[in-house]
Design a protein. Structure first.
Length: 217
């Protein structure tokens, strides 16, 4: 079976299992989304959603966030992990948004990726979920599953993103990256399926019997 054939199977099954997918991080504006995605690094979405209501009650825009001390931000977001680094990034990026962008989150990859604490994945999520721009953020779930499903050899997340974009229609990217994340959490966890148990793994590789090892991002 060729990669494109496996991609068609993946897309078909995911559309059947998840015809509609919610955005996992709760937010009311794009600034809240940006901060939430930043906080989600090495942290669960559930934990972020528990913390952000407290933070956003104080400040849900960069102008108000500048009035909140870094130490106070730190105390609120501490449960998310990496709090010293994240609290500084939230404070610093808020200053830049106010000074350079009139308090608005920029609508392009270059400006987003130049903000403190914002890498390509975070920028991709904001562009996709915030602005509706076709993007394909690759997290650990997607990187792992793309290898298990034979869509990439997974040397790194950059290659995984490029390989996936070549296999799927651009108008499916924004929904598909969420579908894969939800599927990975529910059916094809890192320490469960190992490429041999879940519906999609078996559909893509019906003769596979031994667990496969995946390359970490």
């Amino acid at each position: 079976m060729k990669k494109m054939e496996r991609a068609k199977i993946v897309l078909k099954l995911l559309n059947e299992i998840y015809p509609n997918v919610p955005i996992p991080l709760n937010h009311k504006n794009i600034y809240e989304l940006l901060v939430s995605v930043l906080l989600s690094a090495q942290c669960t979405d559930e934990r972020v959603n528990q913390v952000t209501p407290i933070l956003f009650k104080l400040a849900n825009n960069p102008f108000d966030m500048l009035k909140v001390s870094t130490s106070k931000i730190y105390k609120i977001i501490r449960p998310c992990g990496l709090a010293p680094k994240k609290s500084r990034a939230i404070s610093d990026l808020s200053k830049i948004l106010v000074k350079k962008f009139n308090g608005k989150v920029p609508k392009n990859f270059d400006d987003l990726e130049n903000l403190p604490g914002v890498g390509h994945k975070t920028a991709s999520v904001v562009m996709s979920q915030g602005f509706g721009y076709p993007a394909f953020p690759v997290d650990t779930h997607i990187h792992r599953l793309a290898q298990r499903w034979g869509l990439t050899n997974g040397k790194n997340v950059v290659q995984t993103e490029n390989d996936i974009k070549k296999l799927f229609p651009e108008d499916s990217w924004n929904k598909l990256h969420l579908q894969i994340i939800f599927y990975g959490r529910e059916y094809c966890q890192a320490r469960n399926c190992y490429g041999v148990k879940c519906k999609i793994c078996k559909a893509c590789y019906p003769s596979r019997r031994k667990p496969i090892a995946v390359k970490k991002a």
